[in-house]
Design a protein around this ligand. Structure first.
Ligand SMILES: *Cc1c(COP(=O)(O)O)cnc(C)c1O
Length: 385
């Protein structure tokens, strides 16, 4: 088995023309230098400046939502998104356990409780069929609000996450949220440039969160955004993410406990340049998918994760799914030794000390998938093959 993986690693190094290939690297050129230099030269690097507004407008337009509010990172975006839809202490929030830690932490910041639901193999995201069956079993609607009969806590929201850029089955998840009167908040941190049917991910939830961390499809260094179609809500989000300061020429008056979550102008400048290139990155990632498709055909018992039906994925992180003949860590060890950075999917949240006692449904698909998934280099591929 080793030789086929060594050949696989060789082909990847040859493609990128490097002896060591990282999992995901940012791609910059003159545009980023121009906009960032502009910030430095004019002194507008911090909490005031025109790039933030421009970035918010460009982003909203690209995604197809009314408003985007730029913040310091995706975790902060999730925190505020959950807070403003009314998640309160002791509420439960449904979410996959197969996600980055930020999804669960954002719930905890509000003293609420993550409630883990299973994923399906088609999307690697929340399984609507299993969720619906589960809620019929454990849920009870009391004066219009959903409660968990087993814990007696209110179930306030569902946070689907579009894993590695592949959209969840949104029609079904939207229907479940409507049926049970729970709020939909999308963790679209990984899925900028991904569409479910005709609509961009992040447009289905009442509010949604995006991340622009260094490893995401576009980066602002660190950064995030909250998306919404509700103007009034967007104004309020802007207010509490900028310390809830009442506008005044010189006086400091704040009308509630706000957050210092504003994205600095210099980060937004980077973001404006990156956003201009997003369609190109997405296209390059599809070219990379075609390349991997051919390579993976030479690997026995391995398949490449493809975009689910009715979706167009940004293919943010390329994903291999190994069959039972493989020991995941042996493959990871070998690829990393060969200079091809690869890593497992996240440890499911319920295996972490902070979240081991949280409520959860039967997670058999998560259990099955967690040791079979590896991510391989996914930097947008520029050159010719
Ligand atoms: C990247 C990411 C976030 C947010 O991360 P930040 O580093 O805070 O920007 C949230 N959820 C998921 C699933 C992510 O991948």
């Amino acid at each position: 088995m080793n030789q086929q993986w060594i050949d696989f690693a060789k082909s990847i190094k040859k493609l990128y023309g490097k002896d060591f290939v990282a999992l995901h690297e940012p791609t910059f050129n003159e545009k980023e230098i121009e906009y960032v230099t502009d910030c430095v030269k004019t002194g507008w690097v911090s909490s005031v400046g025109s790039y933030v507004t421009r970035f918010e407008e460009d982003l909203a337009k690209f995604v197809g939502v009314k408003r985007a509010v730029a913040v310091v990172n995706g975790t902060a975006a999730l925190h505020i998104a959950l807070k403003i839809v009314g998640v309160e202490a002791n509420d439960e929030v449904l979410m996959p356990s197969l996600t980055f830690i930020a999804t669960a932490n954002a719930v905890s910041y509000l003293q609420a409780v993550p409630h883990f639901v299973d994923v399906n193999e088609e999307t690697l995201g929340v399984d609507p069929v299993k969720l619906e069956e589960y809620l019929a079993q454990i849920g009870e609607v009391r004066s219009g609000e959903l409660f968990n009969k087993q814990t007696n806590r209110r179930i306030k929201a569902l946070v689907p996450m579009h894993t590695f850029g592949h959209p969840c089955m949104m029609d079904d998840l939207v229907a479940i949220c409507e049926k049970y009167n729970i709020v939909l908040v999308e963790d679209a941190a990984e899925s900028l440039g991904s569409y479910y049917k005709a609509n961009h991910t992040g447009t289905f939830g009442k509010v949604s969160a995006i991340s622009f961390n260094g490893n995401k499809i576009i980066t602002t260094g660190g950064g995030g955004a909250i998306l919404t179609d509700d103007d009034e809500l967007a104004n309020y989000i802007k207010h509490i993410t900028t310390t809830a300061k009442v506008p005044h020429q010189w006086d400091f008056v704040h009308d509630e406990i706000g957050y210092n979550y504003r994205m600095p102008n210099i980060n937004a400048a980077l973001g404006c340049a990156q956003l201009e290139k997003l369609p190109i990155f997405a296209e390059q990632k599809r070219t990379l998918t075609d390349f991997y498709d051919k390579l993976v055909a030479n690997l026995d018992g391995v398949h490449l994760m493809k975009e689910p039906a009715h979706t167009s994925s940004n293919y943010w992180l390329q994903t291999l799914i190994l069959d039972e003949t493989y020991k995941r860590d042996e493959v990871l060890q070998l690829l990393n030794e060969e200079g091809v950075m690869s890593r497992p999917i996240w440890t499911p949240m319920y295996e972490l000390v902070m979240y081991k006692d949280c409520p959860r449904m039967d997670l058999s698909t998560t259990e099955y998938l967690k040791l079979k998934i590896i991510n391989i280099p996914s930097t947008p591929f520029k050159g010719s093959k």
